[in-house]
Write a protein that binds this ligand. Structure first.
Ligand code: PGA
Length: 241
């Protein structure tokens, strides 16, 4: 795992944006795997700036997202499709039909996962996958467990994740308890994975990855050691505490 230590969140975001900008310039029809959460917001701001100021062209780019809460529609401002439109898609020249966020409305959960797996199979290998990390080591919504899903599945969120994510909702009871999430095989199918982490709250998780020297499904991010091309971009707070 290659590690880039940045002085702060802005530098982390810029570094990640540089890698993605280079990728899109070199291969205009790149397939990008994208993530939600507070971590990649700065990266998306940098990409919007690249588009607006330097004409970075997203017209042929395709994107697939990692996960979505079950039961929140696209108009719900806490849904991840809303987040992606609000923080990136509405501000660049990407075609709506080229953007993909898993959907699950509670009616037929199995069909929802099958649909997303088919989409992933059809769209092919991602050139870059952006990942955040949960304080409990989750990647996408693959929560710590004795077994991890290989493909897109419906997952129960852990109490810890519900607690952490409740900061975005009016009250904790509003946080959905289930999500649809890409599995480990799907995540690993990307040619390059950019793992982003910033802030003190991520220090313990980053320490486990860098110094742990183990893989453990009860700390899903540790499995990233098995991927040949992971770039960890971390700020000093997450690196040093
Ligand atoms: P965050 O979430 O970016 O909001 O910290 C990361 C994650 O849970 O994967």
């Amino acid at each position: 795992m290659k590690t880039i230590i940045c002085k702060d969140y802005d530098e982390m975001s810029k570094k990640a944006a540089e890698i993605i900008t280079k990728q899109v310039k070199e291969k205009p029809d790149s397939v990008l795997g994208l993530a939600t959460g507070s971590t990649p917001i700065g990266l998306y701001k940098c990409l919007i700036k690249e588009h607006k100021e330097n004409g970075l062209d997203f017209s042929k780019v395709k994107t697939v997202n990692l996960d979505e809460y079950v039961g929140l529609g696209e108009k719900d401002d806490q849904s991840y499709i809303y987040f992606m439109r609000d923080n990136l898609f509405n501000h660049i020249n990407i075609k709506k039909e080229n953007t993909h966020v898993p959907e699950s409305n509670k009616e037929d959960l199995k069909l929802d996962t099958e649909k997303y797996n088919k989409l992933l199979d059809d769209i092919g290998t991602r050139d870059i996958q952006v990942l955040g990390i949960g304080v409990n080591g989750h990647i996408a919504f693959n929560e710590p467990d004795d077994k991890l899903n290989l493909r897109t599945s419906i997952v129960d969120l852990t109490e810890e994740t519900i607690e952490v994510n409740s900061r975005f909702f009016e009250k904790k009871e509003d946080v959905p308890t289930k999500a649809i999430s890409m599995g480990l095989e799907d995540i690993f199918d990307a040619k390059c994975i950019i793992l982003l982490a910033n802030g003190k709250s991520k220090k313990e998780a980053i320490d486990k990855i860098l110094n742990g020297k183990f893989v453990d499904t009860n700390f899903p991010a540790s499995l990233l050691h098995l991927h040949p091309n992971v770039v960890l971009i971390v700020d000093e707070e997450a690196y040093n505490g």
